[in-house]
Write a protein that binds this ligand. Structure first.
Ligand SMILES: [Zn+2]
Ligand SMILES: [Zn+2]
Ligand SMILES: [Zn+2]
Length: 163
């Protein structure tokens, strides 16, 4: 196998500076910033060049079989931190933009547990919701989400939990 990148340091496509070190986020995603770019935690803004290269998270093979075709399932993480299971026989052709193989996909949703706390907005009970990427938030038990219309209904109280 030949390494095409041999002897060449990767440079930022925006400004031509070398890229910084590869860092890993809390949710396990990897990214590489431009070495002239910097995240300022005080202003919560990027300073300098804002180029960020995201690395695809390696899918892990699960000890679970695809309900459609029986092939092993893979656990994937999107760059937005969403998790999904998909069939290991699935393929994607970036040239023709067509998917091949088995199309089984199962999105991993968060979990919610009821709380003994009342919503400050409407007085209903709150629930503690843990997202697929491990973030926690309290929300009103009357809140609904319609995936078809992509509209939220019910009470909109949300309180993110700092970890
Ligand atoms: Zn740059
Ligand atoms: Zn399958
Ligand atoms: Zn409420």
């Amino acid at each position: 196998m030949k390494d095409k990148k041999e002897g060449k340091e990767e440079v930022c496509p925006k400004c031509g500076s070398p890229l910084g070190e590869i860092v890993e986020t809390k949710s396990g995603k990897k990214l590489q910033r431009c070495s002239t770019g910097r995240w300022n935690p005080d202003t919560r803004q990027n300073e300098g060049c804002d180029y960020v290269k995201w690395f695809p998270v390696e899918p892990t093979t699960l000890d679970e079989k695809c309900p459609k075709c029986g092939a092993p399932l893979l656990m994937m993480v999107t760059r937005f931190g969403k998790k999904m299971k998909k069939c290991s026989t699935a393929t994607w052709d970036p040239k023709t933009k067509t998917a091949g193989g088995c199309d089984y996909v199962e999105w991993i949703k968060g979990t919610s547990e009821p709380l003994e706390e009342d919503c400050p907005k409407c007085g209903s009970k709150l629930v503690l919701f843990t997202t697929a990427s491990g973030k926690k938030l309290k929300k009103c038990s009357t809140a609904t989400w319609d995936p078809k219309t992509r509209e939220a209904g019910g009470c909109d109280f949300v309180e993110w939990q700092k970890s």
